[in-house]
Design a protein around this ligand. Sequence first.
Ligand code: IPM
Ligand code: MG
Length: 371
Amino acid sequence: MTTHKLLLLPGDGIGVEIMSEVERIIAILNAKCGGTTFEVEHDLVGGSAIDAHGVAITDAAMAKAAAADAIILGAVGGPKWDDVPYEIRPEAGLLRLRKDFDLFANLRPAICYPALAEASSLKRELVEGLDIMIVRELTSGTYFGEPKEISDIGNGQKRAVDTTVYTTAEIERVIKSACDLARKRSNKVSMAAKWNVMKSGVLWRDVTIATHKDYAPDVELDLILADNCAMQLIRNPKQFDVIATDNLFGDVLSDEAAMMTGSLGMLPSASLGAVDPATGRSKAMYEPVHGSAPDISGQGIANPIATIASLAMALRYSFDMGTQADAIEAAIAQVLDDGLRTADIMQDGATKVGTEDMGKAIAAQVEAKLA
Ligand code: IPM
Ligand code: MG
């Protein structure tokens, strides 16, 4: 009997509603996967943790996260916490999880489900069959570089600084992850950076070339300026397989790639640390790419697909449960084929459903597929 410990951190806004649908799927896995049980714990992160404890994540929650085999996070933030000091803002909880567990490789797949090709803002022929993996560096760069400050420079003027810092080792490990993934896909890595204006971009380019030569000469490598990458994603997204990039460019490019697939509400992500040689596993956190969507939270209309697909990624990357991950992904494709749509992906002639009904429909399909 194998027991996997999951820590669920629903967070704020729609994070709470969509996590309930993940729990529905976990209950089915527990009923259907003899020999494997998921043990679930919960805690607070983001604004809800600030309201309860005054910090965006407590040390106790971090300890639970450390003990868990995987973390699944909903979303953090919202206008309610706009006025809390920068240091304790909701996002600080998410960033602490990423940083403290050194979850440096953020995998953000952008897959266009056939049923949703029409929902994309791009033409059907551009996105149909789209399957891109963005590998975003997640623990360094502009998000964490010091100095990071606003100072007074007199005369009522201020000066703000963010610092983009990268070391060779930080770039090398994420490029290796991107090459490993490419080998299981279409064997191509496009590395996006700004080596024409940023010193950190020059290092990204040089380390990528060297790492590729030593580690993965069999993988096709393309170096692309990040602005050109943004443009090419809109012009001809299917030219890409794996896009490797830094923390800030990855944040932007992954929202762009996500939207092309129909809705930000569709896309999951995995944030992985280094492989522990003792267990062969990585510390890992799974979360939807979308945010807490305060404008629609509490209405029961949010799309739970990205978070349910994040659970599928957890099964695949943390627990070697590829069959069950496939079942969840096939269940999502099936309900979309059946014409069920949450508001964000609604189309003419489709059946509009809320969060719970979408979750129930997917759960029923998962149950049938694992029967
Ligand atoms: C993301 C989000 C976060 C980020 C926010 C919520 C801090 O946009 O995961 O892409 O900027 O990384
Ligand atoms: Mg983002």
